[in-house]
Design a protein around this ligand. Sequence first.
Ligand code: GDP
Ligand code: MG
Length: 467
Amino acid sequence: MDKDQFYPLDSIAALATPWGESALAVIRVSGGDSLELLDPLFQPASAAVASLKAMAGHTLHRGTISTAGGEGASEVIDDVLVAVYRGPKSFTGEDGAEIFCHGSPLIIRRLLGLLTEGGFRFAGPGEFTLRAFLNRKLDLTQAEAVNEVVRAKSDRARAIALNRLSGAIEGKIDQIKQAVLRLSAAVELGLDYGEDEIEDGASLPSDEEAALCQEELERLLATYRIGRLYQEGISVVLAGRTNSGKSTLFNRMLREDRAIVSEVHGTTRDYLEAVVTIDDVPIKLYDTAGFRERADRIEEEGIRRTDGIVAAADLVLYLVDAETGLTSQDEEFLSRRGEAGRLIPVWNKIDAPGAGQDRCPPDFVAVSARNGRGLETLSHLIVERVFNGAGTVDAGEPIIDSLRQKHLLERAVRGMEDFRTGLRDAQPLDVLAVDLKEVLDALGEITGEVTSQDILNQIFAQFCVGK
Ligand SMILES: Nc1nc2c(ncn2[C@@H]2O[C@H](COP(=O)(O)OP(=O)(O)O)[C@@H](O)[C@H]2O)c(=O)[nH]1
Ligand SMILES: [Mg+2]
């Protein structure tokens, strides 16, 4: 696509670090004129630096940024370092700079003000990465990965996103595309020669090759669930009667005292939410109000909310107090919510005198939220349930985690299926060619070779400003 047709490539500026007080803040600028625009605002500390706009790429300069002299006196806003980048050897592919200033909101505001007065425009979300894409520094899967690296909530998610950033998906897609192009070439050849001349089927593409392509596409598609798990994680709800030890277990899994633990029934009246990481899977953990027969109004509301959370959770840990043993309420819950795979019954307080592990029903996990016994088994079980049915992938294999990529891969698979059906039913070659075109279009959209402005806007709108 023609980038200039859709996007203004003026000079943009944005804060790349969070707002607030910090040791340092980084302001990023990019665009063909950015160094010229920055130049009058920057006074180099070294006499050896004549002007910023004359500096080579990948160089660092100390100096001050001041308001323009003009009528009044010029005022120094901050003492800064400026890193100069030169296109095309820069992240965006354009000339640009990063200004390292002191992390004061006041300074940041003044500097951004000076920059906009000086001709820069505030960058939109993801606009730097968008430019990197438009300048072919990144394909679309890599551009998406930039955001995923920032958003990664666990080490594994970060590693997977970095793999994508290095172009792993683009490489895989390209490999499949080459195979589809070979099929397509065979069909085109048939079209050139006319159907009669290839009656014997000599140059028709084989279903075997097509089946291989489809398999590869499906394999990549199947990694979506795993990608999502590492990126988004799952929600796990602690449920059970009041006093079964939900808040104690919640705190122990968090390794901090967030929830109030008390022997008074109904202490947790609303719900609490926190993220813990088990085996690199982010787990959104909920502590809820418990169930009991006689509850007051506030508690009833808490219980009503609990029902909602339980219904929406990926996994429910149902705690039973080993001292009390199973009550009819527990049994009712377990039979009502016992959907396969979504429930882990937990037998808590095995440390308590007279609540020995031997009384633990066979399908329960025996734990002590108080002293931590059995928690490792519980963690393993949670992870096992999480990955149940998600399949596995080899290390280094690309994993997709964008819904956009998933939909496009599904489209490619459908195209491939249509092609194979057509091949089997001896459909005319031009019909087969259309099916393959559909596959190629979908693959091209994944990497961004063919993309509409709407789609780009949608993708980059999810980015932070400054990225
Ligand atoms: N002995 C023992 N007591 C526990 C254990 N877990 C929780 N308790 C106690 O049970 C009571 C209720 O715990 P809490 O976490 O508030 O239960 P919740 O109502 O389900 O949130 C508190 O007095 C806890 O100290 C455990 O593993 N062993
Ligand atoms: Mg509680």
